[in-house]
Design a protein around this ligand. Structure first.
Ligand code: HEC
Ligand code: HEC
Length: 210
């Protein structure tokens, strides 16, 4: 065979993507690098349906969109890092702010996505007894269902508040912040959350040990 023919054949083989391993058996296998991203398997729901529903519900109830307005002290919190509210805003006597600085001076009935001020009807600070900041899921649930702390609400009234109150539902449409960036929403949809609350109550509203 002519040399030029051989070159043409090799070039053709290369073009066709057929690799010829000239080193044959002596070639060491290079370590295989994998870039496979392993997504962890979805967590198995708790076998007790009431506790499974509780765990879903708490993904929302313990979220910063709620806890920013259910703080431990007398000042609301803001933003994804839950910093203390700007402008020295205080709860005042009734949670609606001080005489000089009412919540309603800035917060309207709906989000203002131009100024970045969130809004919903009756925007005001949750009473001290409903401060959930720093509490575990179990502690929040115990406080939330304690009639001494929750405004004398029965479990059915709590379920109604959790599924219908405009301040609660605001968390699923939290609007844009002052930089025009969408506020983070709770990790499950409004529909999934409402279903979880109903399921939790129907199955006896169990509160698991930590
Ligand atoms: C803008 C402030 C604000 C936001 C945001 C807010 N709340 Fe509240 N919340 C309040 C106020 C004020 C009350 C007291 C109202 C009352 O007693 O009628 C309250 C009361 C409650 C109560 C009834 C009392 C209790 O302790 O059981 C529940 C439950 C509750 N909130 C859940 C939530 C959840 C869940 C979210 C988020 C999805 C949320 N709230 C977001 C202000 C807020
Ligand atoms: C001087 C205007 C002003 C007053 C008064 C005011 N706020 Fe705000 N508030 C803002 C602005 C602006 C933001 C949005 C900041 C951002 O996210 O960029 C905000 C954000 C918040 C948030 C954060 C929402 C979140 O999850 O990030 C809460 C909660 C809140 N305010 C509660 C209150 C309460 C309760 C009062 C009354 C006691 C009040 N504010 C009074 C201007 C005000």
């Amino acid at each position: 065979m002519k040399k030029t023919h051989l070159i043409t054949i090799v070039a053709l083989l290369l073009l066709l993507g057929i690799g010829i391993n000239f080193n044959g058996a002596t070639a060491k296998k290079a370590p295989v690098k994998t870039n496979i991203v392993t997504t962890p398997p979805p967590p198995v729901p708790h076998p007790d349906p009431s506790i499974a529903a509780f765990q879903e519900m708490m993904k929302v109830v313990a979220h910063k969109r709620c806890v920013n307005c259910h703080p431990a002290g007398d000042r609301p919190h803001q933003g994804e890092d839950s910093h203390v509210h700007n402008f020295g805003v205080q709860r005042g006597e009734d949670g609606h702010g001080t005489v000089a600085l009412k919540c309603s001076t800035c917060h309207q009935k709906e989000n203002n996505d131009f100024s970045g001020v969130p809004g919903a009807p009756h925007w005001h600070l949750a009473p001290r007894s409903m401060g959930w900041e720093g509490l575990s899921h179990r502690e929040i649930a115990l406080a939330m269902t304690d009639t001494e702390k929750n405004g004398g609400r029965s479990i059915e009234e709590i379920a109604k508040h959790l599924t219908e109150d405009p301040l609660v539902l605001w968390a699923f449409e939290p609007g844009l912040n002052h930089e025009g960036v969408p506020r983070e929403k709770p990790p499950i949809s409004k529909e999934a959350y409402i279903e979880a609350v109903k399921k939790w109550v129907e199955t006896g509203a169990k509160i698991p040990e930590e």
